[in-house]
Design a protein around this ligand. Structure first.
Ligand SMILES: *Cc1c(COP(=O)(O)O)cnc(C)c1O
Length: 457
């Protein structure tokens, strides 16, 4: 048998770009629970969601039967500027680890936003433009989503208002300037521009903000401004749908070389990159065509899957967004201030929550010092400077490769390298100076917010 030598980078042809996003819900046996209207607690209808989200995106959000959504030509053309993204065989890392495992990573950091977020930003901006809107509002934590959305909005000539979690606004002034370069306006959150921001500022003077609170501000602004809608960079079904380009490309690339993944690993904040990466593989698993071990990696300081509760909760602190059934730490949960590495959302995609609850995937949590150790180790061998978020996946990929070294198993490990870490140098600096600490919330702290989850009959 002649084996094709696998190159360091598997690039696909432009013609091999996915033409449609894959809607995993169509294949799920237990469908994710519906979003609930925050006022009535009834399943949210398209009419409920229309004031907040773009019409086409509402359709995608609620559709659990259509398996494929064709990618419009305009989005495909934008994708062509930075996709297909390479699938990289980590030969150097394998050698350094002395593992018989094969390690692959899908690199999504090849665009100015520095992450996979652009895959959904461009789709959401496109549908907003098509609907004739003037602009969109959003929140950003670490800044990648805000940057991606700014890029997408400037491409389609839309106004873009970003509420940036105050601590990262202050820590990452360059992120803010990148967004302004693309024409976005950036407001630190909580601000005094919205009712919910004023309220949060009054209740928690000097607070450094949270994603949940920035979301509330962005939603309020969209509701009060004619021709504006709110867009979100993670958690929602529509976002995961757009992110399936990651997994579809990965599968095409592996198939090209007759490779089959055994273990698929991704970091999980709101779950969009992981959901997108695993979707086609999970589809095969659900349909009984193949089996894979799928591992979500989250920070031990914000452990929604591993220590959260599976229940309906608000998606935002201000309780203006619909409720989602998900693994949650409670919508008032704010990760400890020393937590550096993104992935700080209190909940998780309802699709991934259901899959996890059904035992179709695993989850582990890792401490941030070990994440940065893995990040630095990886950077020194593979060259890419990884985002702290992505490095959660690196850490577990290395752990799995080392297990293979012990057992002699030649497993194929695929992980998502979601982005680059150039704007996270303050965190790297803390790590290098030996002042980075780990924080693991106690059971009491976890229960503090989960014991007050809304009661849904
Ligand atoms: C936003 C982000 C994540 C986490 O978001 P998900 O929706 O869980 O994918 C991971 N990595 C990078 C680089 C990000 O910007």
């Amino acid at each position: 048998m002649s084996e094709k030598k696998i190159p360091y980078k598997i690039y696909l042809e432009e013609s091999e770009l996915p033409r449609a996003w894959y809607n995993l819900r169509a294949d799920m046996i237990n469908k994710p629970a519906p979003l609930l209207n925050p006022k009535t607690f009834e399943p949210a209808t398209a009419e409920d969601l229309a004031p907040v989200f773009c019409d086409e995106l509402v359709k995608q959000e609620l559709d659990e039967t259509t398996p494929y959504f064709e990618i419009p030509e305009e989005i495909l053309n934008f994708y062509k500027m930075y996709r297909p993204a390479p699938l990289i065989r980590a030969y150097c890392l394998e050698e350094k680890l002395g593992t018989p495992a094969k390690i692959y990573y899908k690199f999504e950091g090849n665009n100015t936003s520095g992450s996979h977020k652009l895959n959904s930003a461009i789709a959401q901006a496109y549908y907003a433009k098509k609907q004739g809107l003037k602009g969109v509002t959003t929140e950003t934590g670490a800044g990648q989503w805000g940057t991606a959305l700014s890029m997408a909005c400037s491409y389609f000539g839309l106004d873009c208002k970003v509420f940036m979690v105050k601590c990262s606004y202050e820590q990452k002034p360059f992120r803010r300037e990148v967004m302004r370069t693309y024409g976005a306006s950036v407001t630190p959150s909580p601000s005094f521009d919205t009712e919910v921001g004023k309220k949060i500022n009054a209740e928690h003077p000097g607070t450094s903000g949270s994603l949940g609170c920035a979301i509330s501000e962005a939603v309020e602004t969209a509701l009060n401004k004619d021709g504006y809608r709110y867009v979100l960079g993670s958690v929602l079904n529509q976002v995961m749908l757009h992110q399936t380009v990651i997994g579809l490309e990965t599968k095409t690339a592996l198939d090209k070389y007759g490779e089959k993944a055994d273990i698929i690993i991704g970091c999980a904040g709101g779950g969009s990159n992981l959901g997108g990466l695993i979707a086609p593989f999970m589809g095969e698993k659900i349909r009984g065509e193949a089996d894979y071990r799928i591992i979500a990696v989250e920070p031990s300081s914000c452990p929604s899957l591993t220590r959260g509760t599976y229940a309906y909760d608000y998606c935002d602190t201000g309780k203006v967004c619909p409720l989602s059934k998900m693994y949650t730490l409670g919508c008032d949960f704010i990760p400890a201030a020393n937590h550096a590495g993104g992935l700080r959302y209190h909940g998780m995609s309802s699709i991934l929550s259901q899959l996890y609850d059904d035992g179709l995937m695993e989850a582990v949590s890792v401490k941030q010092t070990e994440v940065f150790e893995a990040a630095e180790y990886f950077a020194r061998i593979e060259g890419i400077l990884p985002a702290p978020e992505s490095s959660h996946a690196i850490k577990v990929a290395i752990d799995e490769a080392l297990k293979c070294k012990e057992t002699g198993e030649e497993k194929t490990i695929v992980f998502g390298l979601t982005g680059t870490g150039y704007f996270d140098m303050m965190s790297y600096e803390k790590f290098h100076n030996g002042v980075m600490t780990d924080y693991i919330p106690s059971d009491e702290e976890i229960q503090k917010y989960t014991k007050n989850l809304p009661e849904i009959k």
